[in-house]
Design a protein around this ligand. Structure first.
Ligand code: NAD
Ligand code: IPM
Ligand code: MN
Length: 354
């Protein structure tokens, strides 16, 4: 029996996850079991660790894990390993979900919601493929040390092996080929050895296995500028863990709001996927019932497509989100007045109209 594990987490995480849960229940996928477990700050408070051992095991045995968000000021004074974010990094690493798909697609009804001009953003459909279990997030050595002089020094290490680059690049090329698109590989090969190896490895893989997929290389700073200047030039953007984090938040604003962008983190075929809105726990609006649940609901759609064997239901759910937006449903981040629950209701109603 397929298992969907929900990890609501902290802040607005539980508020948006419950809307995704209502939709998952309404979709009534035959045989789908839905479970829920504590994660992040909520798990630190209840059980003393951000990713308790039995939650980790449950996640590894699930077919799909749908996370809300983790973190918040309550835990930010803690050492790193006792912070909610450490649980998320540990989960990504334990699941070995190395390819993080972050689609930045502008729903037509939201053309005016972007802070950029409509003629710049209309029609954008960018798919980020972000490396998720390597790079500076995980590289050793890391830490803060105190020199004999008493001065403190902080160290993080950007580290990528050829095989780590190759496996995520292969995902980007395969996805670009399937959608008839092209790949822009993004790094800083002008100043970083890891960027140089990235460019060389991507080029070699391209020549050997994907010569039919158009490939361009771009430096990460230029990419940030081009995303704002002319975002429609991009199709699939392949990049590392840190640049992927930054650039996908930027791209979210092209589509209207950070509250719109879902993600799917995938590992080797057949292993469980991890699905998360790309936004955080939004402490500034948590508890108010005003968060946009679309990113969480669209992450559920990605889980249906990539892990739960229900691609047609995923299409139906995405179409329902679009219809709800067409009918004028908007949370505050999109310039509207609906609360989180009402936005969930609007999408449920649109699903029923399908
Ligand atoms: P954030 O993404 O939580 O919020 C940034 C801004 O976007 C805030 O103004 C917030 O109100 C708004 N926003 C975010 N999601 C929204 C939604 N669904 N609807 C409406 N508005 C939304 O980023 P932050 O404030 O820098 O980080 C807060 C905490 O979240 C930190 O502890 C951070 O580490 C954590 N975080 C977690 C994740 C995750 O769990 N995947 C991702 C990013 C940040
Ligand atoms: C994200 C978040 C995470 C990241 C944090 C919370 C660990 O910002 O998923 O985008 O940096 O990957
Ligand atoms: Mn982020």
């Amino acid at each position: 029996m397929p298992l969907l594990l929900l990890l609501p987490g902290d802040g607005i995480g539980p508020e948006v996850t419950v809307e995704a849960r209502r939709i998952a229940e309404a979709l009534a996928i035959p045989g789908l079991a839905i479970e829920q477990a504590p994660f992040g700050g909520a798990a630190i408070d209840a059980l003393g660790a951000p990713l308790p051992a039995d939650v980790r095991s449950l996640a590894l045995s699930a077919d799909a894990v749908l996370m809300g968000a983790v973190g918040g000021p309550r835990w930010s004074g803690q050492p790193f390993h006792l912070r909610p974010e450490a649980g998320l990094l540990e989960l990504r690493s334990a699941m070995q979900v190395y390819a993080n798909l972050r689609p930045a697609r502008l729903f037509l009804p939201l053309v005016a919601a972007s802070t950029l001009k409509p003629d710049i953003v209309e029609g954008i459909d960018i798919l980020f493929v972000r490396e998720l279990v390597g790079g500076v997030y995980f590289g050793e050595p890391r830490g803060i040390e105190t020199l004999p002089s008493g001065e403190r020094v902080a160290v993080n290490t950007q580290r990528y092996s050829e095989s780590e680059i190759r496996r995520v690049a292969a995902v980007a090329f395969a996805l670009a080929r399937a959608r008839g698109g092209h790949v822009t590989s993004v790094e800083k090969s002008n100043v970083m050895e890891s960027g140089l190896l990235w460019r060389e490895t991507v080029t070699a893989l391209h020549q050997a296995e994907y010569p039919d997929v158009p490939l361009a290389h771009m430096l990460a700073d230029t990419c940030a500028m081009q995303l704002v200047k002319a975002p429609r030039q991009f199709d699939v953007i392949l990049t590392d863990n840190l640049f992927g984090d930054l650039l996908s938040d930027l791209a979210a604003m092209l589509t209207g709001s950070l509250g719109m962008l879902p993600s799917a983190a995938l590992g080797s075929p057949g292993s469980p996927g991890l699905y998360e809105p790309i936004h955080g726990s939004a402490p500034d609006i948590a508890g108010k019932g005003v968060a946009n649940p679309c990113a969480a609901i669209l992450s559920l759609a990605m889980a249906l497509r990539h892990s739960l064997g229900a691609p047609e239901t995923a299409d139906r759910l995405e179409a329902a989100v679009e219809r709800a937006l067409e009918a004028g449903a908007r949370t505050a981040d999109l310039g509207g007045t609906l609360g989180t629950r009402q936005m969930g209701d609007a999408i449920l109603a649109a699903l029923e109209r399908a």
